[in-house]
Design a protein around this ligand. Structure first.
Ligand code: F6R
Length: 366
């Protein structure tokens, strides 16, 4: 049942190309130029009227929501707030007219996410669920559902569910942009073209997966690590840090690179391991200077970037290259090495990779 893989997590990491194709299937019209959601209940008129979006979720799904905010704000120009569901449900959020709430949940059963979406409904908000489980509580109670169709996820550490949630956000962001006419049809067609290349690009990264095992060997005795990035790379850093913590039990922290000097830089000393993401052209120079700051305090840095930023070699100790795509789509690629680092670190430490201590796959209690 693990198809020859040692763990479900490894299998699910390798299933991502197929999972991502499945999330796209049936949602791009036959010309390849437009996003379609054939079963949407929300009328095209009410979609056009959306003025504000809340995204509510927990854990990895929350991290997907952070990317969703970048995507929706930049493609459809609708303001988005992302909340951890357990915070949202108790914080008395303000609901203006024409608010859409998006609940993101792999299992569709997470108690806090369900409660947060009920709170939104009670306040008159339409609710869209992004979930991997058809017929789950969250899917049943939402007004509309985008199923991610990634197939069952068994490992506690979420991998293919996250990347398929990202695909759902790209499609939904483009759909909103079509309705609101915030993107030209050619821009949508071009972005869809890049989206369709992602499964192949993920497969390409996975052919070199084993190389990250050496990196995992080199960090296994660390007490702490840092992940740094800016913008969308910061959101991916948070996901990489969570993955590493939950299955290797090594403490790590994700930091917005520009915030380092406001406190965390004090923790960087000779040999501190840092993983730095730099996939955004517009932020690359800024990342180089932040990496230089940690290098000056003795950090040992792995840089994750694409071929246009090979100059990174001059600043970091090691480089992990990923294929180039549109800046907004880069999380689907940059998270793959982070998943592999977490996976191999857990393996070399001899941990129970698929069933990390203290955690459950589906958190149906508050
Ligand atoms: C981390 C992980 C958890 C879940 C979270 C939400 O790898 O899997 O953080 O993402 O418990 O679960 P769902 O998406 O089922 O609501």
């Amino acid at each position: 049942e693990k198809d020859g893989y040692a763990h479900y997590m490894e299998k699910e990491i390798h299933e991502q190309p197929r999972a991502l194709r499945n999330t796209m299937t049936g949602r791009i019209d036959e010309t390849g130029q437009k996003v379609i959601f054939p079963n949407l209940q929300l009328s095209s008129r009410s979609v056009k009227q959306i003025e504000k979006i809340y995204i509510v979720a927990c854990g990895t799904a929350y991290h997907a929501g952070l990317i969703g905010k970048h995507v929706i704000e930049s493609l459809a120009q609708i303001p988005v707030e992302v909340d951890v569901a357990s915070e949202f449900r108790y914080r008395r959020p303000l609901f203006a007219k024409n608010t859409l709430t998006i609940a993101v949940s792999q299992s569709g059963e997470t108690a806090d996410t369900l409660a947060a979406m009920r709170e939104a409904k009670r306040n008159g908000s339409a609710v869209l669920a992004i979930t991997n489980v058809v017929g789950s509580s969250i899917a049943r109670e939402a007004d509309d559902v985008i199923t991610t169709n990634a197939g069952p996820e068994i490992a506690v550490a979420s991998t293919k569910a996250y990347t398929s949630q990202l695909i759902a956000f790209y499609l939904w962001g483009m759909y909103l942009a079509q309705q609101k006419a915030t993107m030209a049809p050619q821009e949508i067609a071009a972005l869809l073209g890049k989206l369709k290349e992602l499964p192949e690009q993920v497969a390409e990264i996975l052919t070199h997966a084993k190389q990250l095992r050496h990196f995992a060997e080199s960090i296994k005795d660390e007490r702490q690590l840092f992940f740094i990035g800016r913008g969308i790379d910061f959101a991916v850093s948070m996901e990489g840090s969570l993955k590493l913590k939950e299955i290797s039990y090594i403490h790590s922290e994700a930091y917005a690179a520009g915030e380092l000097k406001h406190g965390t830089l004090a923790l960087i000393e000779e040999g501190t391991r840092v993983i730095a993401l730099s996939t955004q052209d517009a932020l690359h120079e800024k990342m180089i200077s932040n990496i230089t700051e940690v290098k000056a305090r003795g950090a040992n840095v792995l840089g994750i970037t694409h071929e246009d930023h090979l100059d990174l070699h001059r600043t970091v100790d090691d480089v992990c290259l990923i294929p180039k795509t549109d800046a907004l789509l880069s999380p689907v690629l940059s998270v793959i090495p982070l998943q592999l680092i977490a996976y191999y670190t857990s393996v070399v430490l001899g941990n129970d990779v698929d069933r990390p201590r203290n955690l459950a796959k589906s958190v149906t209690v508050e």
